[in-house]
Design a protein around this ligand. Structure first.
Ligand code: SF4
Ligand code: SF4
Ligand code: SF4
Ligand code: SF4
Length: 590
């Protein structure tokens, strides 16, 4: 009764959780323009996409993905053999245990009409599958806590996942082991199934089970008479063997029973088999009920993501399906850290200790963002910086074993965050190159907005920009101000500038405007001059600084050997640093 009620409750929670999570794929809005697409449109579009895939040649691609990527997990094998063994053992062992052991009355009985859990091959297979999961869990613990795979972070969900599987497995093993040594369980089996009542026969059978199968009896202790054992063996063959194979076949439980054998009588008195039964069943039910809300949900989401990735291929998705796929991909992440191992910009973490630079951590933060959780400006800032410090190199997408199109995800989230109105000065850097390439993917009216915001953030910190009239009288070189620029030795060559304007004349950006001064503010030679005067605020606020293509033409042509491009580049870095330090909250450095 207890079991049935608990099972119903956890199954209902599991199903409701499943519905809630899948509904989230159609509700969460992270992609560009996703906020404007109705949930019903997304559902309709997804159904249409699925049907058109199923009734086309793409079904063959799906079958290939199903076998290679979902069942054999080839993507993981390509990256790391040990991790593949771990995954196959946990995933394969757990699924087989679920189907053949936990659901035996539904599935196994239907497939094998002579099924009985204590006969072969079932007694052996149950332990074989259990051993697989156990080995997988031990490898997981070894990789995470002993080997300490670089760039692999452990969060509360990772610990929970390992813990719940470990509790289920170890309680199962000790349940089996304590039952093997407990006299009460032996007695119950004999009373219920053997049909024996003669005291001498019962004694022979008991002696045989004590000697051969490790039962700890309060009545009998070896060594036993050979004739008694011979009789016990015959009785075992005639009365027990048809429904109970030798316990040695359950090799994991039997191994544990050997270890706990000396405490057998105490184990029976304390009714530890019942205790382990409750722990095992409750852990399974808690695991089942919490599954949709935990990292384990990837058991469902990852295969769906892999299949979707296979079906989509290089095809351009409709905005509705793209939004749905990206929401689903967030659930598919297993937090395995493979992407972080391959990420091209991880060295930035040495300088800016923001965990969101790591793709695996970025995606964990995005899950909170997508679910609508209210994040502080500081948290948003961390995510924004993390997604912007990405070179869109595609390496994470190629290796992700869950088939997540990370590159596209970063782009979508980047745009969504930029449109939230939080200034991002990195948008003025070469890191914006990919954004420029993807200009057509953005909403046209929104493309310029982040640029304007970033420039305003810079200008807001440059007092001289607001007091241009005060600039003109400052004509003599001020060495103190110059040294305050903190430029490198080569960039300091600006002091050799004599204002010939060659740099400005050869600049392709300047040449692009009819009235360059109006569009760009200070021109290259004027920036060199401003630097000479130590007026960095004036230089920082100049659009020229941010529009420079770094083509080096000015530097090559300068008759004075001024490193014009280097000066511009370093001034730009100084401006960003200053705005980051003064306007925006600095990212935690731990
Ligand atoms: S995004 Fe992919 S590679 Fe990265 S942690 Fe998640 S599942 Fe692993
Ligand atoms: S696309 Fe971005 S997050 Fe992915 S590996 Fe490259 S730099 Fe790292
Ligand atoms: S070309 Fe050289 S010397 Fe002439 S204005 Fe430019 S930086 Fe100065
Ligand atoms: S490096 Fe910049 S400032 Fe110099 S010529 Fe090229 S675009 Fe103009």
């Amino acid at each position: 009764m207890f079991l049935r009620v608990s099972l119903y409750i956890s199954s209902v929670i599991f199903l409701l959780g499943l519905i809630y999570k899948v509904a989230g794929w159609f509700r969460y809005r992270i992609g560009i323009g996703a906020g404007e697409i109705l949930t019903s449109t997304r559902i309709f579009s997804a159904i249409k996409g699925i049907l058109s895939t199923l009734f086309s040649a793409k079904i063959l691609t799906l079958l290939k993905v199903l076998v290679l990527d979902v069942l054999l997990q080839i993507r993981i094998l390509r990256e790391d053999f040990l991790r593949w063994v771990m995954h196959i053992f946990i995933y394969g062992g757990f699924m087989l245990l679920l189907l053949m052991h936990a659901l035996d009355k539904t599935i196994t009985v239907a497939l094998w009409k002579n099924y009985y859990p204590t006969v072969n091959p079932f007694i052996f297979l149950r332990d074989l599958f259990g051993a697989m999961v156990l080995v997988g869990v031990l490898i997981a613990i070894y990789r995470r806590f002993i080997l300490k795979v670089p760039r692999m972070f452990s969060n509360a969900m990772d610990i929970y996942a390992i813990l719940i599987v470990a509790i289920v497995m170890f309680s199962g093993i000790f349940l089996e082991a304590t039952k093997m040594v407990a006299y009460s369980d032996y007695k119950r089996m004999v009373d219920e199934y053997s049909g024996l009542s003669d005291p001498q026969e019962l004694k022979s059978l008991e002696a045989y089970w004590v000697k051969e199968f490790g039962v700890v009896s309060p009545n009998l202790k070896g060594p036993f008479d050979e004739a008694l054992l011979q009789k016990g063996m015959e009785l075992n063959q005639s009365s027990c063997e048809s429904c109970h194979a030798r316990p040695q076949w359950a090799f994991v439980g039997y191994g544990a029973a050997k270890i706990i054998h000396p405490a057998g009588l105490g184990i029976d008195r304390a009714r530890l088999p019942s205790v382990f039964w409750y722990i095992h069943v409750l852990a399974c039910l808690v695991g089942l009920a919490y599954l949709p809300f935990s990292k384990m949900f990837h058991i469902f989401a990852s295969p769906v993501s892999l299949l979707a990735d296979g079906a989509v291929g290089k095809e351009k998705l409709t905005p509705a399906n793209r939004a749905t796929l990206q929401a689903m991909e967030l659930d598919a992440c297993t937090h395995c850290g493979t992407c972080s191992l391959r990420c091209s910009v991880i060295m930035a973490f040495e300088e800016i200790a923001n965990r969101n630079i790591f793709p695996s951590e970025k995606i964990a933060s995005l899950q909170a963002l997508a679910s609508g959780k209210k994040l502080s400006p500081q948290e948003l800032r961390h995510i924004q910086e993390g997604v912007y410090l990405c070179s869109n190199c595609y390496r994470c997408t190629v290796v992700c074993p869950a088939g997540i199109n990370l590159q596209d995800l970063w782009f979508s989230v980047r745009e969504t965050l930029l449109q939230k109105g939080y200034p991002e000065v990195l948008v003025l850097s070469p890191l914006s190159f990919y954004r420029g390439l993807m200009k057509e993917e953005t909403v046209p009216r929104d493309y310029e907005k982040p640029l304007i915001q970033a420039r305003e953030a810079i200008a807001a910190r440059c007092d001289l920009m607001k007091r241009k009239d005060k600039v003109l009288p400052l004509t003599s070189t001020n060495r103190q101000l110059q040294s305050g620029l903190n430029l490198s030795a080569q960039a300091k060559t600006f002091s050799a500038c004599f204002g010939c304007q060659t740099c400005t004349n050869v600049c392709p950006v300047v040449g692009n405007y009819e009235n360059p001064q109006e569009a760009l503010g200070l021109l290259p030679h004027q920036i060199m001059h401003a630097a000479g005067l130590g007026l960095r605020d004036l230089a920082f606020g100049s659009n020229m600084l941010w529009d420079c293509l770094t083509c080096y033409q000015c530097q090559e042509q300068c008759p004075q050997g001024v490193h014009v491009t280097d000066v511009l580049y370093e001034l730009k870095n100084l401006a960003v640093k200053r705005v980051m330090e003064e306007t925006l909250q600095p990212v935690e450095r731990k």
